[in-house]
Design a protein around this ligand. Structure first.
Ligand code: SAM
Length: 332
């Protein structure tokens, strides 16, 4: 017998949501219909003023959607399981805390069991060096780290062991593609595998996108991505963008996704931007310091002879005190 409440159908969804919110819905038993009423299994004796009934119920098959429910780690360590992880194509990357390092394989297995689209799981030791490459160790699943990530109608070939790629910026890529006007010249100064360029070329109509990166592996993947997405106006280049930009035509739009230090390159970008052009720059910084950072940047550019106007928004939290900002820097 299962303790249930008898709820008029018109109130069914409200009652069910309230039970979920208060962790009182019995997830192991099925809800059933009885005339104008729903019989909803509950945890506990009663819920609000609803009539209670003790009745037979069918077993509810439970498919966990959170790997933490099935990860085989000691109960006292469960609270340390990370709530978030990155998925690129069919691989997942997770930062396993030190205390759980002996359980990294069961954690990887749990991610695969719960997320059917994940083929392999890697422990993420963090991003390192000028190329911002992740140090990864496979902890579960099959095959290597090369994968195909899909977003906004494009296929992005990448290998997080060889080149930086951030799946969390897909909305930004779509936003910027929506701003690109027909015939624009776009320069991506820190392009990686060219996710910005590929999304822009497939969703807008630029004249040309130059995709620059210091890492030769990035150019290889950027070329592959242009080819696989049938793009002919994406030109890939390997080199230091502070120098390479001087070999390119003046730009209408520049993308600067090197969030730790992109501001050091803003003067080079401004040099190569038409009046009225926009630089899309990303910056990781202490939230308290962001207003003075913008002010200093305006003064620094003014001293170089550039009038700029900054529209910014906080993109996401980076740490308890830091955030990633998206800055649209207009050259007036
Ligand atoms: C944060 S990643 C961004 C990659 C890509 N835009 C994305 O969103 O996935 C920064 C990239 O800048 C490249 N990089 C670092 N310094 C550079 C420089 N001076 N010139 C060109 N690329 C550089 C790194 O190799 C890395 O691929």
């Amino acid at each position: 017998m299962t303790r249930c409440i008898r709820v008029p159908k018109r109130e069914g969804e409200t009652a069910r949501s309230a039970l979920v919110a208060e962790n009182m819905l019995d997830l192991d038993a099925k809800i059933r219909s009885e005339g104008d009423f729903l019989i909803i299994p509950i945890r506990g004796e009663s819920f609000r003023d609803y009539e209670t009934v003790d009745t037979e119920t069918e077993v509810q098959e439970h498919h966990p959607s959170d790997y933490r429910e099935v990860a085989e780690v000691p109960e006292n360590l469960k609270g340390l399981l990370p709530s978030s992880f990155d998925v690129v194509g069919d691989i997942a990357m997770i930062k396993v805390p030190d205390e759980l390092i002996d359980y990294k394989q069961p954690i990887g297995d749990a991610l695969i069991r719960v997320n059917k689209n994940i083929r392999a799981v890697f422990h993420d030791y963090g991003v390192k060096g000028d190329f911002r490459i992740r140090e990864l160790e496979k902890i579960a699943g099959e095959g290597g780290s090369e994968t195909i990530h899909k977003e906004f109608g494009v296929k992005l070939y990448t290998d997080p062991c060889k080149v930086y790629f951030n799946p969390r910026l897909s909305s930004e890529r779509s936003r910027i593609a929506s701003l690109v006007k027909d015939g624009e010249i776009v320069i991506d100064m820190f392009a990686g595998v060219a996710p910005f360029g590929t999304v822009i070329c497939r969703n807008a109509n630029p004249k040309i996108v130059y995709s620059i990166d210091l890492n030769p592996a990035a150019e290889e993947y950027a070329k592959l991505n242009a080819e696989k997405n049938h793009i002919s106006n994406l030109i890939t280049m390997t080199g230091d963008s502070s120098k390479v930009v001087y070999d390119l035509p003046m730009a209408d739009r520049v993308i600067m996704n090197l969030p730790q230090i992109a501001d050091r390159f803003l003067g080079f970008a401004m040099d190569r931007m038409n009046n009225g052009a926009v630089a899309h720059m990303y910056k990781i910084i202490e939230r308290a310091e962001f207003p003075s950072f913008c002010k200093n940047l305006e003064e620094e550019m003014k001293a170089k002879g550039f009038d700029i106007r900054i529209d910014s928004s906080e993109l996401k939290t980076y740490s308890p005190t830091m955030s990633v900002y998206s800055m649209d820097i207009h050259k007036d």
